[in-house]
Write a protein that binds this ligand. Structure first.
Ligand code: ATP
Ligand code: MG
Length: 176
């Protein structure tokens, strides 16, 4: 068993662009490391790797592109999530739904909430006001839209370590 999730990966170019607006680490902010930036599709939690790999094999959708743009925050119990948005995309919704069907057919319980694609780029470490949030929103609004070509779905294993989470690629499922 491993902590698994499916995601879309970014090129070095897109990561570099995102990095320009990610706040630096501090007592109150925890940025996502460049190599960990991704767009989550489905979070599986503890699951058997080979069952998931089998369920996802044979994804048939054609390649497509998404556009990263916009920004916002979600408030959690521990603090705020700072995110970059994704333009509405039918192909992304279809891919998400197709993977979801494959995973539920294999017996995995998935989130019932509608999919709201976003890229977490930092988290504040405690609830309440933080001037970094305002600064982030201001600079993220100036980020030009980033085109991401989606040619595969990645399955990652997340290892929670004392120095943050580390993602390891389990398998890659190419689109057509
Ligand atoms: P950390 O937990 O160290 O802050 P992380 O959130 O990136 O790092 P994981 O918790 O392993 O690492 O999560 C992996 C991915 O799955 C992330 O995109 C995360 O947002 C998403 N995720 C984690 N838990 C859930 C959940 N309960 N529901 C939906 N998505 C989740
Ligand atoms: Mg987490």
């Amino acid at each position: 068993m491993a902590r698994l999730f499916t995601a879309i990966d970014f090129s070095a170019d897109v990561r570099a662009q995102l990095e320009t607006i990610i706040p630096p680490g501090s007592k109150s902010v925890r940025p996502i490391r460049s190599e960990n930036l991704h767009l989550t599709l489905h979070f599986l939690g503890e699951a058997d790797e080979s069952t998931v790999v089998e369920a996802l094999s044979g994804v048939e959708q054609a390649e497509f592109s998404i556009v990263l743009s916009g920004c916002g925050t979600f408030s959690g119990r521990e603090g705020k999530i700072l995110w970059i948005g994704v333009e509405k995309s039918r192909a992304l919704q279809v891919l998400h739904a197709d993977l979801g069907e494959r995973l539920s057919a294999a017996g995995f319980a998935l989130e019932k909430r509608p999919y709201s694609p976003h890229i977490t780029v930092a988290r504040t470490r405690r609830p309440g006001d933080n001037p970094v949030v305002e600064q982030f929103l201001n600079s993220a609004q100036t980020l030009p839209p980033q085109f991401v070509s989606v040619s595969a779905v990645q399955l990652y294993r997340s290892q929670l370590t004392s120095r943050g989470s580390r993602y390891e690629l389990v398998a890659s499922f190419p689109l057509q």
